[in-house]
Ligand binder design. Structure first.
Ligand code: COA
Length: 390
């Protein structure tokens, strides 16, 4: 602590009395009807429905509807919802030009963050946060985010933009906009499942970020832009990219066991493992692992799944730390043919649904989020004039 003649003895911080929940661990911030993560039973429900059942029985669009509307759609409701979503897929020439002129080396998460921010600039109703308008904006984000990601994908490879089609599902259309074709139905299903599993996960860092921004009565685009910034980090959504970089670094499944032992000895954080809430396994992993295996069978390449199993075995045996969703999602996206730095933007395509559900919930029953910190800095002191400071 700095001491000088100017110290005011009336206030002396007492670090030993500090009682913080570092990283907000265990802190219950608010109530929510959107989803529940239950670490005791390794379960995750969206609006009451187990995520595994949603993944096996629904399309991503149905889950988006569920998150926005609190119930699964009927046939008519789904048809209306999809019609609207498909009608919003186009992006303006200006938006396309903004994406095109971004530096080729900028990360696609920075591109999509900029793209969403630009959508906000274009929306004349930006300050209208009524439930009806926010619902419409949520569907626009769901529809336009894949178009912007695919545009960035094509431009970064020096290829022409492929316009969205209105007779395809979100997943089919995304493949078509990226690659100019729709792959086998098993691949589309595996991708759709990944979107459902990534759609929502209670008060994670990016969702909490969107709620904080919304709590100031800011708009849905600002909240989503901030959410993208939070998701980009490797401790959160960015982990799915790091998993694949790690697997490529290991290169050979036969080397995986020793690689993991060395990583643990070096106290290295291994991407795709661990979770703040789940301590005995991530509820979403068995479903995603199943579909990653489907991908391995479809493309006829077992290397990544062999490596997956070898890494998982050592980590669980030695540390009792389990894979999280990013661990199977990384190799699954790789086997689908996506460039690694587009894995986290794909996560954005999915999580925009959860973010929007939380943004609408926060806006409907708002109080500004403003926690406290325990000050442990210098004691109060007086300001010396510049000429007297040494
Ligand atoms: N690799 C190695 N050790 C890990 C680990 C990992 N991925 N995740 C947690 N641990 C260890 C920590 O080193 C710590 O050990 P210690 O008590 O001996 O110091 C212990 O497990 C608790 O971890 P901690 O970092 O305090 O957990 P957290 O709740 O603060 O962090 C994550 C959770 C997800 C950020 C963390 O597990 C992580 O960084 N994982 C890798 C990134 C990742 O996959 N993120 C996606 C999350 S869905």
């Amino acid at each position: 602590m700095t001491t000088n003649n100017y110290v005011n003895p009336d206030y002396v911080p007492e670090p030993e009395k500090v009682n913080v929940k570092k990283g907000l661990e265990g802190a219950v911030i608010d109530t929510s009807r959107v989803s529940k993560v239950n670490p005791d039973t390794n379960s995750l429900i969206y609006r009451g429905y187990p995520v595994q059942e949603l993944a096996e029985n629904c399309r991503f669009e149905e889950v988006a509807y569920l998150l926005y509307n609190n119930d699964l759609p009927t046939t008519t409701q789904l048809a209306d919802f999809e019609k609207l979503e498909r009608s919003y897929r186009d992006i303006s020439k200006d938006c396309l030009a903004v994406i095109k002129q971004l530096p080729k080396k900028c990360h696609p998460m920075d591109s999509i963050r900029t793209g969403v921010s630009f959508l906000g600039c274009e929306d004349e109703r930006i300050w209208d946060a009524s439930p009806k308008t926010n619902y419409d904006k949520a569907i626009r984000l769901l529809a336009k985010i894949p178009t912007m990601i695919a545009a960035d994908y094509r431009f970064k490879k020096g290829m022409d933009f492929i316009a969205p089609k209105s007779d395809l599902s979100i997943s089919e259309n995304f493949f078509n906009m990226c690659f100019g074709k729709i792959p086998a139905k098993e691949i589309v299903k595996a991708f759709d499942v990944s979107l459902i599993l990534y759609a929502e996960h209670s008060f994670n860092a990016s969702t909490f970020t969107t709620r904080v921004v919304t709590s100031t009565e800011s708009d849905i685009y600002s909240a989503t832009t901030a959410g993208i910034g939070a998701l980009k980090g490797p401790l959160h959504g960015g982990a799915n990219e790091q998993v694949m970089h790690m697997m490529i670094e290991i290169a050979d499944p036969a080397k995986a066991e020793q690689w993991m032992l060395d990583a643990l000895t070096a106290k290295r954080k291994v991407m795709g493992f661990g979770h703040r809430v789940y301590k005995s396994g991530d509820s979403r992993v068995p479903t995603m692992k199943k579909y990653a295996q489907v991908m391995a069978d479809v493309v006829g390449e077992q290397k990544w799944m062999k490596m997956y199993n070898a890494l998982e075995k050592v980590m669980v045996d030695k540390k009792k730390i389990y894979p999280n969703l990013d661990f199977p999602a990384g190799p699954a996206y790789y086997m689908m043919g996506f460039e690694i730095d587009f894995f986290t933007p794909i996560f954005v395509m999915a999580r925009t649904t959860g973010w929007s559900a939380h943004i609408m919930e926060q806006a409907a029953n708002n109080r500004i989020i403003r926690p406290l910190n325990e000050y442990i800095g210098d004691a109060q002191r007086s300001v010396r004039p510049l000429s007297e400071r040494k």
